[in-house]
Design a protein around this ligand. Structure first.
Ligand SMILES: [Fe+2]
Length: 329
């Protein structure tokens, strides 16, 4: 395990406040300033925040504009209001560092996790300072990506075919919270996403994005995409890290025989990234991982442009809730 981040701010005094949300309102300027400056902070021991309504109230007290997760790729469901379970990705999977929904143009600007129940073994959150990537990317790779842009091709199988898909299994019905093809199409159109039906599967072309984005407040140019995350090469590397032998076999087979069911990270013109580039980017981002151990009632607050997040594999129960948001006023 890598060293824990030691410069995260603690606000443990807030747990002593009888009215937690008012206490957060009072501290909101300080917390927002620290979040913007550091990119990541931990609010320690806020036991009431395990209650979804109070967690949502805290985020509102911090003046964030809370968002929904329609179109997101992770298997998760809503707990209450804008509070979602962090993920239903199986326990023996780690989660590779990523900025939430960084495959669309209007990604969330802020993400907050609350630890409701820590894992018995493993399950640390991981975070990575994406500002460092500017010094790590090969100039030739960055130039290539900036010239051609990035576009994620997602295959969302129908419910009856979702089990055939290697890796993360999420149907279009679950992704769009509907069983109506028409409604799914309307959501795609409303968000400006290109789509096509491949038999019963929905093939979704996400936005064409620049690999570097402007931070919504500071204007700094930051690596903000998921080029390292998708595609068979990255998925196989990920499965190897977790020692998921079945997944490695399933993915390798699908890569050769049924690649239509797999996601592909493509250049802006739809051509998939070469395997070597996916491999290079996967390991570059992975090198940024740092562990953050969250105890019950701890909140991890991240600037979704400046910091990526992930998770170690674990055993036993583990429950984290999440809220995505924009900075708001
Ligand atoms: Fe995430």
């Amino acid at each position: 395990m890598k060293g824990e981040i030691d410069d995260l701010s603690c606000f443990s005094h807030l747990s002593k406040a009888t009215k937690v949300q008012e206490a957060f309102k009072e501290a909101s300027c300080e917390i927002r300033e620290q979040l913007l400056r550091q990119g990541a902070i931990v609010l320690k021991g806020i036991a009431p925040s395990r209650d979804a309504r109070i967690f949502e109230g805290i985020m509102n007290s911090l003046n964030f504009d809370l968002r929904d997760y329609v179109g997101g790729s992770s298997p998760r469901s809503t707990v209450k209001g804008k509070v979602m379970e962090a993920t239903r990705t199986p326990a023996d999977w780690s989660i590779i560092l990523h900025q939430e929904m960084a495959y669309v143009k209007k990604l969330p600007e802020v993400i907050a996790f609350v630890c409701v129940e820590p894992a018995e073994n493993g399950g640390n959150s991981t975070i990575g300072d994406m500002r460092q990537i500017n010094n790590l990317t090969k100039e030739s790779s960055l130039n290539l990506l900036q010239k051609r842009g990035l576009k994620l091709r997602r295959t969302l199988p129908s419910e009856e075919r979702v089990k055939l898909k290697p890796g993360v299994k999420k149907s279009w019905q679950e992704t769009f919270s509907t069983s109506s093809r028409l409604e799914a199409e309307l959501i795609c159109k409303a968000r400006g996403w290109e789509y096509e039906w491949n038999s019963k599967d929905l093939v979704l072309w996400q936005d064409t994005i620049d690999p570097m984005r402007k931070h919504p407040i500071t204007g700094a140019s930051i690596w903000c995409n998921q080029a390292h995350f998708w595609g068979a090469t990255a998925m196989i590397e990920w499965a190897k890290l977790d020692n998921r032998k079945g997944d490695i076999q399933e993915l390798t087979k699908a890569q050769k025989e049924n690649s239509n069911l797999l996601e592909a990270m493509c250049f802006g013109d739809g051509e998939p990234l070469p395997d070597e580039l996916s491999f290079e980017l996967f390991h570059m981002v992975r090198g940024l991982e740092s562990d953050v151990h969250l105890n019950s009632g701890d909140i991890l607050l991240l600037d979704n442009f400046q910091f990526s997040h992930g998770r170690r594999a674990f055993s036993g129960n583990r429950k984290n809730n999440v809220i995505i948001a924009n900075w708001g006023k």
